[in-house]
Write a protein that binds this ligand. Structure first.
Ligand code: RAM
Length: 337
């Protein structure tokens, strides 16, 4: 009897050891697979974000990063991809969301399967991600867009906004701050006439810009808080022979907008560094996957050359202040992103 008991005990201890070892192996892998899931493919802004992710992955040494996105800026396209990633059991996903709420059920499913999910650039609401990394405070970005437009328009005239998709979390937040800013006394002679959507598709954005110019013959400025929309609008305004008549501003990639800044079609514009955004997202995912951080409000992430990134209320982490580009500095930045 005694012998049997001892044998059973040894067998039990041995099996626990094997189990414990197995569990540990499952946790501490040599490398982890993450996906940078963007609003849509073919957008230079996101290409630059992915460049930053690759840079971070090379520094960290334990991350394999992959770039994915639907053809069009739809929530459905992103949901389909996330379902596939759950089946593939990736370790982390950083999402620039096409809809703040529509993705929540599928990202919850991903998190329940042990995948670390964050949003960056265009957020998912609380409950559908661990943290949301934003490039700058929404209020600051939105108000600044009106200020840039007002300077170009001498504080008078009709303003229209050409945005990305109608459900885009980031643009919608910025536009609501634009609506607040334009109520200020400084802008008493400016009027926000319409917001239209180019869906971050160059052809649709171009058509919408032409339609705005036809519909509002006295239009003074078009604000495009999207890199895709801004490039298409600058092209449309120039093609229509309206450079200097209809001012154009927004959020633009210096590398794409250099020519239009230098020829005066776009007097000034803003943006942050998308490389830094992808880089920081990758550091955050790695910390969550390896358990270095849990993303709780009040804690922070170590993000390599970007330093420490704090998690604020509602799980939002904020990066810096946008740069403003004009003919004086565009060439320098166009080399970088
Ligand atoms: C487009 C996308 C992206 C936005 C930039 C400014 O590339 O809509 O989400 O952050 O513009």
């Amino acid at each position: 009897m005694k012998k049997v008991a001892v044998f059973l005990l040894i067998a039990l201890v041995a099996s626990t050891m094997v189990f414990a070892q197995g569990a540990q192996e499952a946790k501490a892998k040599d490398s982890y697979d993450i996906v940078i899931l963007v609003k849509s493919m073919g957008n230079g802004f996101f290409d630059a974000c992915f460049k930053g992710s690759q840079e971070a992955a090379a520094e960290l040494g334990n991350i394999n990063t992959t770039y994915m996105g639907p053809v069009q800026t739809t929530a459905e396209g992103q949901i389909e991809i996330i379902e596939t990633l759950i089946a593939q059991r990736v370790d982390g996903i950083a999402i620039s969301a096409n809809d703040a709420d529509a993705l929540i059920p599928v990202t919850k499913k991903a998190m329940a399967a042990g995948i670390k999910v964050i949003s960056f650039d265009s957020g998912i609401n609380e409950g559908g991600r661990i943290v949301d990394l934003v490039p700058s405070k929404e209020e600051l970005i939105g108000r600044q867009q009106i200020q840039l437009a007002a300077e170009l328009a001498d504080y008078a005239g009709d303003v229209a906004v050409l945005s990305a998709s109608a459900q885009a979390t980031n643009q919608n937040a910025w536009i609501s701050w634009m609506r607040e800013e334009i109520k200020e006394a400084d802008y008493a002679n400016m009027n926000l006439v319409e917001v239209v959507y180019g869906d971050d598709a160059p052809d649709k954005s171009y058509r919408e810009a032409v339609a705005l110019m036809n519909k509002y013959p006295n239009l003074k400025v078009i604000i495009c808080p999207t890199t895709v929309g801004l490039l298409a609008t600058a092209q449309a305004v120039k093609d229509e022979g309206k450079s200097g008549v209809v001012e154009v501003t927004g959020l633009g990639l210096p590398s794409e907008m250099k020519g239009y800044i230098l020829d005066g079609t776009v007097g000034q514009m803003a943006l942050w560094n998308p490389i830094d955004l992808g880089y920081t997202s990758t550091y955050i995912l790695e910390s969550l996957i390896t358990g270095k951080a849990d993303g709780a409000v009040g804690t922070s992430f170590d993000a390599g050359r970007m330093g420490s990134v704090a998690v604020e209320e509602k799980g939002i982490a904020v990066m810096g202040t946008p740069f403003v580009f004009n003919a004086e500095n565009i060439e320098e930045y166009a080399e970088i992103f």
